[in-house]
Ligand binder design. Structure first.
Ligand code: B1M
Length: 214
């Protein structure tokens, strides 16, 4: 029987890894294109996860589990994407800023962005301005996402924005900032392009910055 991609979306929402991977495999075998599987299956599922997270119906563990299922499914689809000419919404370089080792929230943001169609380069934690810039250059990034959980590492965000300016790359790359101590006021102060309070809002903001309807 032909697979309904809503079933795949539901498997993502419910965090059912074996089912999700099986349905993705079946969809590929049935000749469904990667674009349809991603849009109507994976992204549709992650969009619901994001809405539930925003509405406090889902908490961090549910989002992480759903995102892991999505990641597993994506590993099957990725090799087919180039052949089918599927373009990501944009390339995003993500990292926790220099001096800061907190990565749970940053990982959530990275996975939600990936689940919603962005190509994500995750630089990990304790990322220096130089590392952010080198990666943005190498990957032709559209957006840079900076995460900080410590008030003492928030200045690293400003240093990164300043370094981007000094490298002559500020006009070509949007900078988004977030993390528990970060505010919209701070984002404005350091001249970032936007602030998001949580992972789901980060997806909305990234789409807005790329000129894609949220
Ligand atoms: Co640390 N820690 N910690 N810690 N830690 C906090 C952040 C703290 C608030 C605890 C406290 O004192 N109450 C405090 C910071 C105080 C401050 O500066 N405001 C603190 C401290 C002081 C420290 C150390 C200095 C402790 C010490 O050694 N004396 C030390 C620093 C180490 C370092 O980084 N150099 C330290 C170490 C650690 C551990 C290593 C033990 C561990 C981190 C493990 C890891 O991440 N792999 C840890 C943890 C776990 C925490 C708490 C308990 C939880 C953080 C977390 O993961 N939350 C935290 C207290 C707390 O928050 N209750 C605390 C869950 C996560 C999903 O939320 O990261 O906020 P969050 O991400 C959210 C949003 O902020 C947003 O989206 C996510 C959800 O949707 N978001 C973004 C995050 N990044 C974004 C980027 C965006 C957009 C949104 O870009 C657009």
């Amino acid at each position: 029987m032909a697979i309904a991609l809503e079933e795949l979306a539901t498997a993502i929402i419910k965090g059912q890894k074996a089912l999700g991977v099986g349905l993705t495999r079946q969809a590929i075998e049935e000749g469904l294109g990667p674009q349809a599987i991603i849009s109507d299956g994976l992204i549709a599922g992650m969009a619901v996860v994001g809405q539930k997270f925003k509405a406090n119906e889902f908490y961090v563990p549910e989002v992480l589990i759903a995102a892991r299922v999505m990641k597993e499914c994506m590993t099957l689809i990725k090799p087919l994407m180039a052949d089918a000419g599927v373009k990501p919404l944009g390339t995003v370089v993500v990292g926790t800023v220099k001096g800061d080792l907190h990565d749970i929230g940053k990982n959530l943001v990275a996975m939600m962005l990936q689940g919603n169609g962005f190509d994500v380069v995750d630089l990990g934690v304790d990322v220096s301005p130089e590392q952010f810039i080198a990666s943005a250059k190498a990957n032709r990034a559209d957006i840079m996402v900076l995460s900080a959980l410590l008030t003492t590492t928030m200045p690293s965000m400003k240093l990164t924005v300043d370094a981007l300016q000094e490298a002559g790359m500020r006009n070509g790359i949007k900078v988004m900032v977030g993390g528990a101590p970060v505010t919209q006021g701070f984002a404005d102060e350091i001249k970032a392009d936007g602030y998001a309070p949580d992972a789901a809002s980060a997806v909305d903001l990234a789409k807005l910055l790329m000129g894609v309807a949220a």
